[in-house]
Ligand binder design. Structure first.
Ligand code: CUK
Ligand code: CUA
Length: 634
């Protein structure tokens, strides 16, 4: 959009007649009439029913130009990215490249993104499962979203003011980070994440054929520094995790208590565990110097295995290969989802201090074990005492009453199941609006279905998955939207838009490009004004500005064999005007946001003329925003 259109829109907004507002109102009106189906003659009952449906549809309808009530952060599974959706429209608003490599923004290609990726700068793929936002006092604070990479054993952090990945960490001495959650109380000092696969320790070629010596660990990261805080050795394979609302405990589901290697071996036992970690007692031990280290790593490690009989962990037996681990928003319970058992297990968090003090036995901490259906994977909550569990095999969401399930466990004859709703098909995670915080508001539930089958136009052998939106504000769950998605949202979190405060422009001192700015300073370059080529042996740094529709430099010369860094500072101050830099035949492409500095490095290995151009549409003369790199023969 050019300046003039912008000004007109600002004027209209002031007068309250903006195009956006007008479109929104007319669209809602049209939807209302269509919903009423005003064709032919209706009986009063039909009319009432149609009116009811129209009211219901309108409630979830976000018209053109209208804004959503919630941000949803979706994991992108083995696509490696995170996506932002608006709810209830389920419109995809943005993609945040994290563990993948991305052409439009240059993520994984730019110098800044490589610095952030650190020791994994050369790793171009990932498997992102669990996005979770930082909290203060059990409430989203809008600062960060953390996410795991199962494939390359990493955890990344997204800064929510700019919606970009700003830190990445490879976790030492474990393989496949799976479950990830944040400490909720008093604030997110720690990120908890599970190492899933058991490996030799250290994994340097020893004990290859002796799986009895393998183990994995529970990992705790300092959220602000994005450095390892400590690790806890455990039995079995850790799956999912969650934290409590006191700040003392975290729990993780744990399968393969048999410590087998083959599928048959890992399924022998009728029960596996919910492992509970006493974070306070682990912190105390580490402070007192009671820890070990593994291999080259300096990270403090404590032994929380069963046979170590430590004060750090308790292993609560739960049926069989449990998967999801979810804390109820009232802070009362951890729920372990049975997967191979039709049950979920409710553990009372209030009883855990007694368990750790040795006053009760492990199974005494369990207060309920309702039978829900086949393949319970994950549970979400509405803040009104109801839980919603995905049934993978039944392709259903079951709504159940937590209190009644506990009464039933105590022998009372009550029906704790309130409703079963078909979803399409095979749901994994589900999530409620604000449901993993004290602010659980019980408005919407999202079911992330692994298969869409017949729900959308077929797209060849590979099809979309189906994210379904369910209205849970009333007594009954109502399916209101089908949303096709690409591989493979495992999980999401949904936060009210009031909690997130994104910036409109970059600030010049942003830490994401601080190192690039420091290099310019060392080169004697003022980024906001200079257009200069600095030669440093066969390394060449090209500094230029950009302001629509011009690059500060329309040509520069280098020699064949030079390593060239192009560093661009976008001087535009207009919201939403991003420039790009793309260098033909050199695999170099990046975004430069308004007021940002971005840089990218490549080798000029062929003599000739190479055009560079802006590939983010920025102006009527966007096509003309270009220049030449002239590479002289060596
Ligand atoms: S896991 Cu995928 S459906 Cu990685 Cu959270 Cu349960
Ligand atoms: Cu600058 Cu397009």
């Amino acid at each position: 959009m050019d300046e003039k259109t912008k000004t007109i829109e600002q004027e209209e907004t002031k007068k309250g007649i903006s195009r956006r507002g007008f479109l929104g109102a007319s669209a809602a009106g049209a939807a209302g009439v269509a919903g009423l189906g005003l064709t032919g003659v209706m009986t009063p009952a039909q009319f009432a029913q149609a009116a009811d449906k129209a009211r219901h549809d309108a409630k979830h309808n976000v018209g053109p130009g209208e804004l959503d009530e919630y941000y949803g952060f979706w994991s992108g599974g083995h696509s490696g990215e995170v996506r932002i959706l608006g709810l209830p429209s389920m419109r995809e608003l943005m993609r945040i490249p994290v563990f993948n490599t991305e052409s439009a923004t240059g993520w994984g290609l730019t110098d800044e993104s490589k610095r952030i990726k650190g020791d994994s700068a050369d790793v171009l793929c990932g498997d992102a499962h669990h996005p979770h936002m930082s909290m203060t006092d059990g409430r989203y604070d809008g600062k960060y979203v953390f996410i795991n990479d199962k494939l390359n054993t990493r955890v990344a952090r997204i800064r929510c003011d700019v919606m970009k990945t700003d830190k990445m960490l490879t976790i030492p001495n474990v393989q496949a980070i799976h479950g990830l959650r944040v400490q909720k109380v008093p604030h997110t000092k720690y990120v908890f994440c599970n190492g899933e696969f058991r490996i030799p320790q250290p994994n340097d070629g020893r004990d290859l054929n002796d799986p009895t010596k393998y183990f994995t660990m529970f990992n705790v990261i300092d959220a602000e520094k994005m450095e390892m805080a400590f690790q806890v050795i455990v039995d079995g394979n850790l799956d999912n995790t969650d934290a409590d609302y006191t700040g003392r405990f975290a729990a993780a589901t744990c399968y393969n208590s048999e410590e087998g290697v083959t599928l048959a071996e890992t399924m022998r036992n009728e029960r596996d565990w919910l492992v509970v970690f006493d974070i306070h007692s682990i912190e105390k031990a580490i402070k007192a110097g009671k820890f070990q280290t593994i291999g080259d790593s300096k990270v403090p490690v404590v032994d929380g295995r069963k046979k170590a009989n430590s004060a750090y962990t308790k292993y609560i037996p739960v049926p069989k290969s449990p998967h999801g681990c979810n804390t109820s928003p009232d802070g009362e319970y951890f729920v372990a989802n049975g997967k191979l058992s039709p049950t979920v297990t409710i553990v009372s968090i209030k009883k855990l201090p007694d368990l750790f003090a040795g006053k009760i036995k492990e199974r005494d901490a369990i207060v309920g074990e309702p039978e829900l259906g086949l393949g319970p994977l994950h549970t979400a909550f509405d803040g009104r005492g109801n839980a919603y569990t995905t049934l993978f095999l039944d392709s259903q969401i079951v709504k159940w009453d937590v209190k009644k399930a506990i009464e039933a466990y105590n022998g009372k004859k009550v029906n704790y199941i309130k409703q079963k709703l078909d979803v399409h098909y095979q749901p994994g995670h589900n999530h409620t609006t604000m449901g993993e915080t004290r602010d659980a508001d019980g408005k919407y539930l999202v079911s992330l279905c692994k298969f869409s089958k017949d729900r959308f136009l077929p797209t060849g052998p590979l099809r979309a998955e189906n994210d379904q939106l369910i209205d849970i504000s009333g007594e009954e769950m109502k399916l209101v939207h089908d949303g096709p998605t690409f591989a493979e949202p495992h999980d999401c979190m949904i936060v009210h838009r009031s909690k997130v405060k994104p910036k409109k422009l970059w600030t010049r001192d942003d830490p994401i490009f601080a190192e690039t700015v420091a290099q310019a300073k060392r080169d004697g370059v003022t980024l906001e004004t200079d257009n200069k080529v600095i030669r440093d042996g066969n390394r060449v740094r090209v500094y230029m500005t950009s302001i629509a529709p011009n690059f500060g430099m329309t040509e520069f010369n280098v020699k064949q064999g030079d390593t060239v860094t192009v560093c661009i500072t976008n001087l535009d101050q207009v919201e939403d005007v991003t420039h790009g830099f793309a260098m033909c035949q050199h695999g170099a492409s990046m975004e430069i946001g308004p007021q940002a500095t971005s840089s990218i490095t490549f080798k000029a290995d062929k003599p000739g003329v190479f055009w560079y151009y802006c590939h983010w549409f920025c102006h009527a003369l966007h096509m003309e925003m270009r220049g030449r790199m002239i590479v002289e023969k060596a």
